[in-house]
Design a protein around this ligand. Structure first.
Ligand code: CU
Length: 328
């Protein structure tokens, strides 16, 4: 959380004019000449998360930097913090489907610049494709470093550039259609604790969009996802998959009782006898320990103070033993 963005430095070449500001959606509408020489399109994918408690801390600080600093550093505990919202280019599912799609065409290559702005690790998975990493934090380390794989892991603040290929050869692409892409860290496909949400979006091939630019779905409507009931957590997202009601009607009002309680919330009290026994044990052992401490202290003190006579006595003893041995 915080102010973040992707700052792209383009090659210093004549006519290499890039788009200077890319807001929302992710698609770079006017990529540089250098990018267009290799790719059909370019997308910025900025992943970010937000903790509603932190948001609340800042909101009640009246825009006063002193209050913000006090609340953030002394009240808000980062070690206990958990993110509640996971976004791709500032949007969470289903609004990513409206604004952060990756458009593909067969045999085309698309450039993706990805920033992990989450507070935790991130694992980008583009279904049906195996993209190739070309740049690490903006650095091209040469062909030996280009790695093609299924899931690209990133730690916080890392950036990678990927080449997404639409060559349908069972390696680069598994064919045209609609493919999900998302962070494989499970909590990041939730929104305020409800699934599905978070930073899920789709790679959509040409011909798989409706006239409004929304991905075509088969046998179901995406409309309920764009209603209030979804983000209020009142719409169980998979229920419409059984359109013929072959499973009967779900009993949404059923009361669920957990079979066991994982976390004890009521304090456990020890019996009177156990408390007495513990007190007795603690009492005697403390006095005994004190006595031992006193004895050891006195002994140490005596050894230090009377060290001269002790050393003399020891030397005499050694001399005596030696003289006895020599006589023999
Ligand atoms: Cu996946």
């Amino acid at each position: 959380m915080g102010l973040q963005g992707i700052f792209v430095v383009e090659e210093n070449r004549p006519n290499n004019w890039p788009q200077t500001l890319n807001v929302g959606a992710g698609q770079v509408r006017h990529p540089s000449i250098a990018v267009l020489e290799k790719y059909a399109r370019e997308y910025d994918l900025h992943y970010e998360s937000a903790d509603k408690e932190l948001h609340e801390v800042v909101a009640r600080s009246a825009n006063d930097p002193r209050l913000i600093a006090k609340h953030m550093n002394m009240e808000y505990d980062t070690t206990d913090a958990t993110d509640d919202y996971f976004m791709l280019n500032g949007r969470s599912f289903p609004y990513t489907l409206r604004e952060s799609l990756i458009h593909m065409e067969e045999n085309q290559k698309v450039k993706l610049r990805i920033l992990n702005g989450h507070t935790e690790a991130f694992a980008l998975h583009i279904h049906g494709h195996k993209p190739t990493i070309t740049h690490y934090d903006g650095v091209d380390n040469g062909p030996g470093s280009y790695i093609q794989r299924d899931v690209h892991g990133m730690v916080p603040a890392q950036r990678i550039d990927l080449e997404l290929s639409g060559v349908d050869d069972g390696l680069n692409s598994f064919g045209q259609g609609i493919w999900m892409f998302h962070d494989h860290v499970e909590k990041s496909f939730t929104t305020n604790g409800h699934g599905e949400g978070g930073d899920i979006s789709l790679v959509v091939y040409k011909g798989y969009l409706d006239d409004k630019g929304i991905p075509l779905s088969h046998g179901m409507s995406l409309a309920p996802y764009f209603s209030k009931t979804l983000w209020q957590g009142k719409y169980p997202i998979w229920q419409d998959y059984d359109t013929f009601r072959s499973l009967g009607l779900p009993d949404l009002q059923a009361v669920v009782k957990p079979s066991k309680v994982a976390v004890q919330t009521t304090p456990v009290k020890a019996s009177e006898a156990a408390i007495k026994a513990a007190q007795q044990q603690q009492g005697t052992s403390a006095i005994v320990k004190l006595f031992y401490g006193l004895v050891m202290g006195l002994l140490g003190y005596t050894v230090v103070v009377k060290r001269r006579p002790i050393i003399d006595f020891t030397l005499k003893l050694i001399d005596f033993a030696r003289s006895k041995l020599v006589k023999k």
